[in-house]
Design a protein around this ligand. Structure first.
Ligand code: FES
Length: 98
């Protein structure tokens, strides 16, 4: 299983290439906003600053350089930003999602 780094609002998380971003962030103790978890509502939308993700066709609106964290799977090291302060369970700079 190959690992990668997800940088979210400046927090580095060890991630993978097989789970949606939202799931990986939650496992690392980061709690982005979400509602449907299936690409319908857009609540989990975030800005993709760098890197690439795979994302299936979805119904929710996404703007330029935005992705839905509930549906997107990172393909390489990525940096994303949510435009609000993230709720985190731990004040660490590096978290691990397994
Ligand atoms: S949580 Fe609804 S689109 Fe991601």
């Amino acid at each position: 299983m190959s690992q990668l780094t997800i940088t979210v609002n400046g927090i580095k998380v060890c991630g993978n290439r097989h789970e949606p971003l939202l799931t990986q962030l939650e496992k690392a103790g980061i709690k982005p906003e979400y509602q449907c978890r299936n690409g319908m509502c857009g609540a989990c939308r975030c800005k993709l600053v760098s890197g690439t993700v795979t994302q299936p066709e979805t119904l929710a609106f996404v703007g330029p350089n935005e992705v839905l964290s509930c549906c997107s799977i990172p393909q390489q090291n990525i940096e994303i930003n949510f435009d609000y302060q993230l709720n985190t369970q731990q004040p660490f700079k590096t978290k691990i999602a397994l």
